[in-house]
Design a protein around this ligand. Structure first.
Ligand code: CMP
Length: 139
């Protein structure tokens, strides 16, 4: 089924000049970039984005990190793209990520793990509408 997902190149990925590297991998995998922009979240905006993780031990730290610098946010579209983009990223913890994935090759920390991807259709809908309005993301 054709679906959409939200992808983020996190502040560590932007700082380390990995925007092109991540985009190259996306474009090589039969996924279309439907919308793209660079943003800088405030701490409160990062808290809102990661609201499902509120109360977890890493919540303060990850929201500090995500508001520490610019991120590139993108909407990807394709068959089964939620799962396929997560496979491209690799496991959250780079130590568990499969060979050849973005996190395995570039991440050095469970928090600074270069990229984010939605984990379900419901999450994708929330996350896409968190960053993109109707003008920026045609139907
Ligand atoms: P992400 O997939 O964006 O979702 C939540 C983020 O919190 C995760 O990637 C990491 O950047 C960060 N994080 C830090 N520690 C943990 C942890 N122990 N488990 C899950 N996520 C963590």
């Amino acid at each position: 089924m054709k679906e959409r997902t939200l992808s983020i190149i996190k502040p560590d990925g932007v700082l380390r000049n990995l925007i092109g590297e991540v985009i190259k991998r996306i474009e090589g995998r039969d996924m279309t970039i439907k919308a793209l922009k660079m943003i800088r979240m405030t701490k409160d905006q990062a808290r809102g984005f990661y609201a499902v993780h509120a109360g977890k031990p890493f919540f303060e730290s990850v929201t500090d990190f995500m508001s520490s610098g610019p991120c590139v946010v993108m909407v990807l579209e394709g068959e089964d793209v939620i799962k396929r983009y997560r496979e491209l990223m690799g496991a959250t913890n780079y130590k568990d990520a499969a060979e050849g994935t973005i996190r395995r090759e570039f991440a050095v920390d469970i928090e600074k793990n270069i990229v984010h991807g939605s984990d379900s259709p419901e999450t994708a809908q929330f996350e896409i509408s968190y960053f993109f309005n109707a003008l920026e993301l045609p139907k």
